[in-house]
Design a protein around this ligand. Structure first.
Ligand code: BTN
Length: 253
């Protein structure tokens, strides 16, 4: 049994990422988690805003100081997506899987997004903050129209409400277990474990006009695509979509 990660719950925060960063800068060793019942300036990957519906969705950030090499920092975000997948499984949500680099899907729709922010000092990670936005009790009409077809929640999957703190607790237990394993043996196990929850493995994916078969996840978390002429493309950032649904973005961040 791994030590639990303490959870601080705020009524309101601009971004839980910033609250966690403030703790890091004040010398907090971590791991420690921040949750906000109301998040007013949430941010997502690639400079996007992230909307957390108060009382309906979970906004959670975890401050870590992992002893791993900076080029492999992305693996901790992938570990977090595995943790969310396992927690959702425990809650009874079916058809859960991961989408590269670290989204979580339920029946093909996005149920959680993960944002990793790190401060690197030379060859070490000073601190790493993993932000998790999970749709818990929101339903279709709560989302902007353009996201209604591609977004889901625990309530949409189960038909019942889930306590936000309970969802956070389950996720934090899974993260603690994975962290302990990372501390003991390093992060090399993460790509293979992540692939076990990856429904797109072996499918054709597109990114910025490049289409290829999703071959594997490399040791640093990169996505390896093989195009039709057998060429290998390494994708290190951005978004990839199944070929039939090429809503491709070309920004990284
Ligand atoms: C994504 O773009 O898919 C990642 C979204 C991450 C959102 C979470 S909510 C908790 C934490 N605080 C933030 O401001 N962002 C992350």
């Amino acid at each position: 049994m791994s030590a639990e990660i303490p959870l601080i719950v705020y009524e309101e925060a601009g971004s839980t990422q910033d609250r966690a960063r403030d703790l890091a800068l004040a010398g907090e060793a971590g791991p420690i988690a921040i949750m906000a019942r109301r998040q007013t300036s949430g941010r997502g990957r690639m400079g996007r805003a992230w909307i957390t519906r108060p009382g309906l969705d979970l906004a959670l950030s975890i401050l870590l100081r992992p002893a791993i090499e900076p080029p492999k920092a992305g693996l901790t975000g992938m570990a977090a997506s595995i943790a969310v997948t396992l927690a959702l499984d425990q809650l009874g949500v079916t058809g859960v899987g991961v989408k590269w680099p670290n989204d979580v899907l339920a029946r093909g729709k996005k149920i959680a997004g993960i944002l990793s922010e790190a401060r690197i000092s030379g060859s070490t990670i000073d601190y790493l903050i993993i932000g998790i936005g999970l749709n818990v009790n929101s339903v279709r009409d709560d989302y902007p129209q353009e996201l209604q077809e591609t977004t889901t929640s625990i309530k949409a999957a189960l038909g019942i409400e889930t306590d936000l703190e309970w969802a956070a607790t389950l996720i934090l237990r899974e993260i603690a277990t994975l962290n302990r394993r990372i501390d003991l043996e390093g992060p090399a196990f993460i790509p293979a474990l992540w692939e076990a929850y990856w429904p797109h493995k072996g499918l054709r994916l597109s990114r910025e006009g490049i289409t290829g078969t999703a071959e594997r996840i490399d040791s640093d978390g990169s996505l390896i695509l093989i195009d039709d002429s057998g060429r290998t493309t390494r994708v290190t950032c951005g978004e990839v979509e199944p070929e039939a649904d090429p809503a491709v973005s070309n920004a990284c961040g």
